[in-house]
Ligand binder design. Structure first.
Ligand SMILES: [Zn+2]
Length: 227
């Protein structure tokens, strides 16, 4: 956009507010599944719906804390895993947080929150570009930062949402955490195969507690300088 002389006198050298670059770290909040991909389901609760509702609440909670948060999807649309990854990499996100709900075929008694990260990452598509630019990619510091982010989110969710702590786990097989360049985690908020978790997932009140924990964990991680 061209400001021109009139704009210069009106706004000064900074340009109009919309032209100012937001330099705050960007947190990409990814609502799992969507569209034809419903994810898992249990007790009448569909993963894609509660994941979106929880992700939206988390993005709102982050914004209330002054964190710049953007959702990968705002509505019930299908996105490929690569599209989600590209959003984080193309926009230079500081963190990627994917929101999901889990299902156990082993036991309906299994419930609680667990958070995944990927070490090592697979940045083969990124490395070609980055090496041309002389930029380092996929260093060990990113893995450590992903673990710190996972732990911060998990402990805050356990506290806010009164749910069992199932730990932080390395899942090198997950595309969204493996192929994103930034620290990245996937939060399994609860088990739709468990009657209590499923019933709570259906309520806005519990999703707000999950979102409050997620936002507190991300904010603590950002403030801690571990990224
Ligand atoms: Zn899922």
């Amino acid at each position: 956009m061209v400001v021109g002389l009139v704009g210069w006198f009106r706004w000064g050298w900074r340009g109009p507010p919309s032209d100012r670059i937001d330099r705050r770290p960007l947190v990409l909040v990814d609502a799992g599944h969507g569209g034809v991909d419903g994810g898992t389901q249990g007790f009448g609760v569909l993963e894609k719906r509660v994941a979106l509702a929880t992700a939206r609440a988390a993005a709102d909670a982050l914004r209330r804390r002054g964190v710049r948060a953007v959702l990968t999807r705002e509505t019930d649309v299908a996105l490929t895993l690569e599209e989600r990854v590209a959003m984080a990499n193309d926009r230079g996100a500081a963190a990627f947080v994917s929101v999901h709900f889990n299902f156990s075929t082993a036991s309906a008694a299994v419930r609680g929150v667990e958070v995944y990260y990927s070490d090592p990452k697979d940045l083969s598509a990124e490395v070609a570009v980055a090496s041309l630019l002389g930029a380092p990619v996929g260093d060990a510091a990113v893995a450590a930062a992903s673990i710190a982010l996972a732990d911060a989110i998990r402990t805050a969710i356990v506290r806010h949402a009164d749910t069992p702590d199932r730990g932080t786990r390395n899942r090198p097989d997950l595309a969204v955490t493996r192929r994103t360049r930034c620290p990245a985690v996937l939060v399994e908020c609860g088990y739709l195969s468990n009657p209590e978790d499923a019933a709570r997932a259906a309520t806005p009140a519990w999703r707000q507690q999950l979102a409050a924990g997620l936002a507190e964990g991300v904010a603590a991680w950002l403030a801690g300088g571990s990224r």
